[in-house]
Design a protein around this ligand. Sequence first.
Ligand SMILES: Nc1ncnc2c1ncn2[C@@H]1O[C@H](COP(=O)(O)OP(=O)(O)OP(=O)(O)O)[C@@H](O)[C@H]1O
Length: 916
Amino acid sequence: MFRTSTRQLAQCARLSLRPLASPAYRAARFPRRVPAATALLLPRFNSTNPQRPNDEDEKHSPRKHEKENEKEKEKESGLEKDDSTNDLPKADSSAPKPQRKLPPGFVLLDEEEHKLLEQFLGALPSQQQKGQMEEIFQDVKQIGVPEELRDLLRAKKAGQLSMMDALKIPRIAFRMASELAELENRKHPNFTSNKPGEQEEAGPREGEQKEAEGQQKLSPQERFRQRQERKKREQKGQKGTPPPPPPPRRLELGEILSWAVGMAIFYPLYSMIFPSSTSREITWQELRSTFLDKGLVKKLIVQDKRVTVELNREAVRSTYPDSEAATANIQYYFSIGSIDAFERKLDEAQRELGIPTAERIPVSYASEGLAAGLLMAFGPTIMIVGLLAWMSRRAGGMGGGSSGMFGFGKSKAKMFNHDQAVKVKFSDVAGMDEAKTEIMEFVSFLRTPERFQRLGAKIPRGAILSGPPGTGKTLLAKATAGESQVPFYSVSGSEFVEMFVGVGASRVRDLFATARKNAPCIIFIDEIDAIGRSRSEGGGFRGGGNDEREATLNQILTEMDGFNTSEQVVVLAGTNRPDVLDQALMRPGRFDRHINIDRPTMKGRQDIFKVHMAKILTKEDIEYLTGRLAALTPGFAGADIANAVNEAALIAARANAETVQMIHFEQAIERVVGGLERKSLVLSPEEKRTVAYHEAGHAICGWFFRWADPLLKVSIIPRGQGALGYAQYLPSGDAYLMTVNQLMDRMAMTLGGRISEEIHFPTVTTGASDDFKKVTRMATTMVTQWGMSEKVGPLHFSQDQNQIQKPFAESTGQMIDAEVRRIVDEAYKQCKDLLTAKKAEIGIVAEELLRKEVLTRDDMVRLLGPREWPEKEEFTKFFDNRNGKKAAPPPFPTENTDSPMEPQPGMFERNTDVER
Ligand SMILES: Nc1ncnc2c1ncn2[C@@H]1O[C@H](COP(=O)(O)OP(=O)(O)OP(=O)(O)O)[C@@H](O)[C@H]1O
C-alpha cells in the first residue's frame, strides 16, 4: 500500500510546475507551428478529444478552441475576419468572466484558488525564480489553468491528493507551458500565429530570422535577460525599431529527455539537500502549548522519526491572524524518538485536554517519500534511456559512419606520420643484418615502385616478422616506414578482438580503407597470432569466440587479396608464434615473406649495446664496455639490453655520478637478471654458514672441472625470490653445441652445493631442490632427446605434458628411468670425488665468503691459485685482469639460482637442423 503525505504530493506538484518558472523554459519560445515538446506529448494526452461524441466534449474540442483563439487573436490584432463561419460556444456564465477566450480545457481560478496556487508553487529558492513565478501568475489570470489543475488544487485544499493526482502534474505542466508560450507570442508586437494558415499572414521577417538564429546559440539565462530588457523597453514606450522576437526554438528529444531525467532525479536529491524553506521544526512542548491545547491541529502525519503537523488553517488564522502559521505554505514538524512513545504522549495529552475518543486527532503513517518512490520506480528506466540517448548522440558526434553506434568498428590503429613520429632508421636497429636485407626490398618498392613495375615484377604484399619477445620486430617495421618515408599504421592483433562478432572484421576494413587512402604506407599488425591462428586449431572447443576471430582473419585475407599490385600498401606482421598461424595467411600473395628474428648473437648484442649507449653519458671505452657487457648477457633480447642500459643510467643518477660507469652497468645487469638484493632478509648464523658452504661447493666445482663454465662471482646475499645465495659463471653463451663432457661437468657442478653440505655438516638442507630439478631434466633430455644413452639409442621422445599416452613402451620407460639415474649417479660420484679431495679448499672459500659475502674471480685466484684449464677467448679478453682493467665479474644471465643455465632441449636443434 502506497501511502502519501499531502506535503510530499505538493512538493512533487511544485517540482513539476517549477520548470515553468525556469529561465530556460520561459525564455524558450515555441515554434510557430506545434512546438516539438508539446507535439510529442500533447497528441498522446489529447488524442481522444476529437472523437468525443457529446456536446460537452465538443465544447472542449481542440479544433473548436483553435477557432476561438483565432478569432480572439484577430480581435486583438484588428484583423477581424468574417464571423459567419464561427460557431463559438456561449461563454460559461458561472465562471468569472475571462478577458479573453480560454485555451481548450482551461478554466479561470477564483481568488481563493489563486492564493492556493501561489502557495502551491511558491517557496522557490531564488529571487529570480520568484520573479518569474509572479509573471506566470499574471499570465495565469488571463489564460486560466487546465481544469485538471483546478481539480488538483481543490483536492489539495480538501487534503485528498492521491498518487494518481501527482502523476497528472507533468502533463499539466506541459500544457500550461505551451499555452503560456503561446500567450507570450501574442503579446509580442510582431506576433504570428502558431496556427496553420496564419503563418503566411505574418511570417517572421528576414532580419528577425537571422537574429533568431543568433539567439538560438544563446544560453537560456541570456535569452531570459534579453527578454526582460525588451519588456522594460516596451513598458517605457521606447520608439524605434522594435527589437526582434526571440527565435523559434525546437526542443529536441535529447533535451526533453535530459529535462525529464533532471526532473525525476535531481529534484528529489535537491529537495533532500535543501528541504523546503517553509518547513519549521517545533518541539513537542511548542506543539502542545501553541496548537494542540488550542484545538488547532487537524491531523498528524508520522513518517519515520518525523511528525508533520497539519493545522486547521481557518482556525489558526482566527487565533493567530498576524502569525506566519496563518499562511498555508508553512509546515510544522517535530521529531520523535519512537512511534510508541509518541503515541503514548499524544494519548496522554488528549486525555488531559479531555478530548473524547471519537474526536481525537487523526494520526496517519506515511511510508517512504513519494519522490523516493517515484525515483525508485522510474529512475532506472529514465537513466538507461538517457544514457542510451547520450551515447548514441556521442556516437553520432564521432562521425563514425561505418563505425557503428558506439564507434566499435573503428580501427584503433595509431598513425605515425613520417614527419612527426617515425624517425627510426635502419641504423637504430642493430644486430639483425639478414632481416634488414630482407626487408630493404619493401623500402625500395615504396620509394621507387617504377623500378619494379617496369619489369612486371609483383611486389610482396607483406612479411611476417617472427621471433622471441623484444627482439625488435616492431622496431624493424618502424624503421622500414622511417626509411621509406611513408606513414606507418601500427595495431595489435588483440585490438581487433572484441566481445561482439563482426567488430574485428569491421575494424580491419576500416584500417585497410584508411591505409589505402594514405598509400603509400605501411601497416604493422603486432601479435598477429591473436587473430591469425590456424582455423583448424581448437575446432568447436572455443565456441563463439572463434567465430569472431575467424571472421576477422577472413577479413584480413580478403583485404590482402583485394590490393592490386600497384597499391603501395605493405602489411608487416609480428608474432612470437609463427608455428600456430593459419596457412592461408602465409601463402604467396599475402604474407609471402617470413623473416625470422632470433635473439642476437654476441656481436649483435654488442651492436645493440652501442646503439643504446649512444643516448647515455659515459666516459668508458665503448668498444671494451659493450664487448664485456655483451659477453655477460647471452640470451638477452634487444629489449632486455635497452632495459639494462636504462637501468644503469638510473643507478648512476641515484648515486649522483657524473657519468655512467662500468660498475653501474654491471649492477644493472645483475639486477635485471637476479632481481633486487634482499638486504632485509636476515639469516641465522647457522643458515648463513650452510649457504656459504653450499655456494663454495659450486664454486670449487666450477674452478676445478675442466669443462665447467668459468666462475665469475659467488655471493651469499639473498636476491630476488627465494635465492639465498648464488654463484655466477660465464656460460657457454653463444655456443650452440655442447658435448657430453660439458654436460657431465655442468651436472656435477650443479650437485656441488648438496655434496658440500653432506661433507661438512651432519645433516643436509632443502636448499638443493632446484639443483636436483635441473640435473634431472638435463639427464632426461640427454637420454630421450639427444641420444646420449647407449642403451636407449638415437631416439627422440618429446616431453609433452599434455600427452596422455607416453610415446614409448613401458619397458622403454623403465630403461629411460634407469639411464637417467645412471647419468645422475655418475655426475654425483664425479662431484663427490672432487669435493672430498678439495674439502680444505671448500672450507677456505666458505670462510672467506662468510667474511666478505661476495667473492670475485680475483678472490678465487688469490685463494686457490690460477685455474689450470685454458679459458675461452672472450673470457680472457673481457674478464681477465690483464690490461690493467679491474674486472669485477658481474652476474650471469639465467634465473637467480646458484647453478649455471641448463641447455634447453630445443637449443641445439634450432641451430643445426638443416631442414629448417
Ligand atoms: N635490434 C635492436 N636494436 C636496437 N634496439 C632494439 C633492438 N631490438 C629491440 N630493441 C629495443 O627493444 C625495444 C622493444 O623492441 P620491439 O618492441 O621492437 O620488440 P618486439 O620484437 O616487437 O617485441 P614483441 O614481440 O613483444 O612485440 C625497442 O624499442 C628497442 O629499444
